[in-house]
Design a protein around this ligand. Structure first.
Ligand code: GLY
Length: 241
């Protein structure tokens, strides 16, 4: 908000806004401190869109760099591509001076370890127990899956609209899983003449619906952002949840 009040471009403001969360070790769904994949490795997804130029950039399955949003911006501004993934995204970030760091905090590692230890009573990983509670069959619990994400969109004093979505994605995902956040049209869409939309929640559902671009298009046709999408016509395929 301070950057917007200073007259800066909305893209600077939304990235600075989400950087606060990417930096926050207490937020376990974005950047540093995010919950890892099933192998205990944090993989980040992010996208940006700049309304005035109609450009966008994104990274997926980025390891060891907390500012996925900034790397996404560099993909937009310093390449002729839109999306870089995995090792290529990391090499690109390093080429631009980002230093590799461990993103897995002790708190996130402990959460992951508990998930792993209570996933099955058929493997050799045991949660804390005494000799009397060694039967971990009693301890296997339904793990809570986290889908937290941050989307931030803003309008600047020049009338420029920009957006950013950044996340560590689904907790304990299969390595290489990519959610909706870095997919333009799904996790983020900005049209400078109409509006912006972005998403949190279960990325797999949104990848099959491309909700962000749909919302902006419905706004173009006159619907309010608060209007609920109508139910599918009877007989039509219902959207996955
Ligand atoms: N919405 C974030 C994700 O599913 O990865």
């Amino acid at each position: 908000m301070e950057l917007l009040q200073q007259g800066r471009d909305a893209l600077d403001a939304v990235i600075a806004g989400v950087n606060l969360v990417e930096d926050d070790p207490k937020d376990n769904s974005v950047g540093y401190g995010g919950l890892p994949n099933e192998e205990g490795v944090v993989e980040l997804d992010a996208s940006v869109m700049h309304g005035p130029t109609g450009r966008g950039g994104a990274v997926a399955a980025l390891r060891n760099v907390r500012y996925a949003s900034r790397v996404a911006r560099l993909v937009m501004e310093r390449t002729d591509h839109v999306l870089l993934v995995g090792e290529g995204a990391l090499k690109f970030a390093k080429a631009h001076g980002f230093k590799e760091e461990e993103l897995l905090t002790d708190a996130a590692r402990e959460t992951w370890l508990r998930w792993k230890e209570t996933l099955s009573n058929q493997d050799d990983w045991l949660p804390p127990h005494t000799i009397d509670t060694l039967d971990v069959g009693q301890n296997v619990k339904q793990a809570l899956r986290h889908y937290g994400t941050i989307n931030c969109n803003a309008l600047d004093q020049q009338g420029g609209l920009s957006g950013c979505t950044t996340t560590s994605g689904l907790a304990f995902k299969i390595p290489g899983r990519v959610g909706d956040s870095p997919i333009l049209g799904a996790g983020l869409w900005v049209d400078n003449d109409v509006g912006a939309a972005g998403s949190t929640g279960r990325g797999e559902a949104n990848l099959l619906a491309c909700s962000s671009v749909m919302i902006v298009e419905w706004m173009r046709s006159g619907q309010s952002p608060k209007t609920r999408a109508s139910q599918p016509a009877s007989g039509s395929r219902s959207r996955p949840r």
